[in-house]
Design a protein around this ligand. Sequence first.
Ligand code: KIV
Ligand code: ZN
Length: 498
Amino acid sequence: MQKIVEVFDTTLRDGEQTPGIAFTREQKRTIAKQLDRLGVDIIEAGFPISSTRDSEAVKLICEMGLSSKICGLARLLTKDIDACIDCGVDMIHIFAPTSEIQREHTTKMSEDEVKEQAYQMAHYVKDKGFLCMFSAMDATRTRLDYLIELYKTAEEGGADILNVPDTVGVTEPFAMYELVGAIYQAVKTPISVHCHNDFGLAVANSLAAVKAGAKEVQVAVNGLGERAGNADLAETVMGLNSIYRLKTNIKTTFLFETAKLVERFSGIQIPITRPIVGENAFAHESGIHAHGVIEKSDTFEPGIMTPEMVGHRRRIVLGTHTGKHSVEKKLSEIGVSPTKEQLEEILERVKELAASGKKVTDDDMFTITEVVTGEVSRQERVVTLKELSVMTGNNLIPTASLKAIVRGKECTSAQMGIGPVDAVIHAVQEIIKDEIGGDVKLKDFRIEAITGGSDALAEVIVGVEKGDRIVTARGVREDIVMASVEAFINAVNRLMQE
Ligand code: KIV
Ligand code: ZN
């Protein structure tokens, strides 16, 4: 197997072909910068001939001076290749349909015509002095002896890397292993693999291809891409890293933030159960699991992959399956040690609240604890909101002005944000900076429920972090901005409670 596996990211090309996604130019630049910071070897920035929008974006990315190589996609046509060259790419990815079904119903090219064009165009790219990747589109449904002949021809034309796409995601790991193994035996040029996820096997197929000799995996952040998407970057990289013990150039601690960035820009929410970057990837609720993890995290986590390795965090969540160890642990963090009977009662009440369909926040549990132990928190609320006004509109930058009492002192602040909630959170952060410190971060924000009509109650749950502690709290108001600020301030007050 390869010692270092190259990561070729296609979030900005195949990922952008996801139905419903259209990144803005600025978003593309920000994603490219993040991919570079993450350490991907090659960024496929777009398909320049397809539109001016694409060619301008590819050009902009090429001008960024990133360490990752920049690649552009091209059909087996000189005008497509020239369009890539005009953008200033490092690598040109030439492709053509090769399976009978795709040739007959798309390009109408014969097997021999594809072979001839592949040779000519690989030669053309190399002659112009660029790196050349050749893809036999729909390789997994292409006649094997022809496919091998074709790759050999592209190799003769000078291709630097041969890509094996499972274009419609129909293969499985054993078949992929055999296919890549056969190509690997037949050619000397490095092999790349591009797997789609129609049967949920894109990552497994990519790993099998690496086992069979592929040097490079093509992936997309959050598994974006045509139909069910491409192999997910984080899952593929961590599979290589932690299961196969192979190296990549990826700085895995940036995986979570990269996924979150692309989630925000694409508008496609990461499912909570998504491996590695999903909200629940390292979350534990049930008594046995949480107890085990509190004692030693490897008991109910892979161990070979930790939340720290991928820039995520472990969470003990309160719910109907919570056990006493979780409650005890959370209370000990704020210096509260209830008696055995009190602990049982707190646990019972937490479970009751969860059974009623409520998401139980840390703040809820602390309030229950105060009621059960009869001890209201020793500390005063650190922050109390006095006044808030927010300006927003289509021609305005949302701005929040806020007055609050912070440790007995009246403070005011006015801050801007991307939206009204963002502006308010900035204003609170500004106000508490001197008294509490500037490292209070909003880590999680969810609108849990908005019921009824436009006058309905909005329920916001936030996770707020300071140092290595994170506290969840709720705000419920008719006004969503007020619910958000209430939740944030509740969490800040709990964080300051010791
Ligand atoms: O899925 C595919 O075959 C592609 C090619 C352009 C490599 O995206
Ligand atoms: Zn694809």
